[in-house]
Design a protein around this ligand. Sequence first.
Ligand code: ZN
Length: 167
Amino acid sequence: MKIIDPNFLNPSISVFSNCPTCQGLIPIKRKDGILDVEERNCPHCGIQIYREEIIENLLRNVFITQAISSANQIISLDIAIFIFLSVSIFTFFYSSQFPFIHNLFIVCLAVWIFPLILCIGWLYKHGQWVSNDEEYLQAKNTIKKSTVLWITAHFFNLLLLIYKFWM
Ligand SMILES: [Zn+2]
């Protein structure tokens, strides 16, 4: 969702609301120092849009944009899955040669739960919007995939630890 239009000729940031009927974007301009959210006719389908509808959709767009940017930050942690699995496998095979690394890994296990908590937190906090916004839907999908990846990685690591414990 692009609610910020980086137009260099017009440096004032524009935000958008949506028409409740046709979903067309409605730019919200600043007027006398405040956002102009007065009722108007949709520039796309011509239907009358009330002030409350303009405000509601404007806020929704802001929240969805926030959700997307938060998702992008969480997804950037996905790379840590490979580090987590590498250390997990390494300590499984070489714990006797490198007991310090093994112990450090065990001590730090809680830290590796953090990205999983973030993913689940995102789905709980940001994943509930009803929206057709492609960028939002894609972000939601990617977070779901990240959640599955992290759960799988932790499950795999748990199996290794249990196996090692019983050896
Ligand atoms: Zn419309």
